[in-house]
Design a protein around this ligand. Sequence first.
Ligand SMILES: CC(C)(COP(=O)(O)OP(=O)(O)OC[C@H]1O[C@@H](n2cnc3c(N)ncnc32)[C@H](O)[C@@H]1OP(=O)(O)O)[C@@H](O)C(=O)NCCC(=O)NCCSC(=O)Cc1ccccc1
Length: 213
Amino acid sequence: MFKQDTERGEEALIEAVNQEAGKLIELLRCSDAPDSALADATHHIQAAMEILSPYLQHGKEWSAVSIASDTPGPGWLEEDLTRCMPFSPVSGRRNPVAPPIRLWRDGDEVRGETTFSPTYAGPPNSVHGGVIAAVFDELLAMANVVSGAAGFTGTLTIRYHRRTPLDRPIELWAVNERNTGRKQLSRGEMRVDGKVTASAEGLFILPASSRRS
Ligand SMILES: CC(C)(COP(=O)(O)OP(=O)(O)OC[C@H]1O[C@@H](n2cnc3c(N)ncnc32)[C@H](O)[C@@H]1OP(=O)(O)O)[C@@H](O)C(=O)NCCC(=O)NCCSC(=O)Cc1ccccc1
């Protein structure tokens, strides 16, 4: 059974069920189960879907709910930056497709760690390049947030130095290099055992429309 956190209550439960769903995705991705087991699992998954479907939220309002200020619970914690985007497909603890990522503020920089399961595989034993890009998008955006300005991704350039392995601890690092008017320039790295496997540079821009409003 899920262990309830007495202080965080519902929040702990919603995160726990998402984590279980993430493990389910990994089991499906890696499973060599026979048809009988797959049929049984399908039955149980359908039962869970029936329980949840009455609570499905549709429409603009729900898709706009993506930042912590839209949800109950602590939104901004410097030691746990992923809290401010609980529904993110990259780091959100309320999104079962997100890998388990931790991000925290370290002065002007953002640091973090993650381990990618085979759910995120691209080449053999390695993380998918698109997943790496997605993680950098969020990591660099967070470095901008920490620096006090956060625009939309305009351009994101990734250099894949060597393969990023699955099932190994990955170090994440990013910093905002420059804020000029509406533009923020940031860069980041992924490292394994101290060696850079991928690096990124991003130009983030505040849209003209956000200035007028
Ligand atoms: C915002 C902007 C990129 C630009 O705004 P506009 O008002 O149209 O800009 P305007 O035309 O006034 O030009 C101003 C200056 O900027 C320059 N410049 C313009 N564009 C580019 C460019 N692409 N690349 C490079 N430079 C560009 C332009 O030449 C000019 O330069 P100048 O001053 O002459 O030297 C807009 O096109 C847009 O919304 N695109 C979609 C963005 C999107 O969907 N991103 C993905 C989702 S967000 C995400 O994932 C992050 C995240 C993660 C996690 C959590 C949270 C966030």
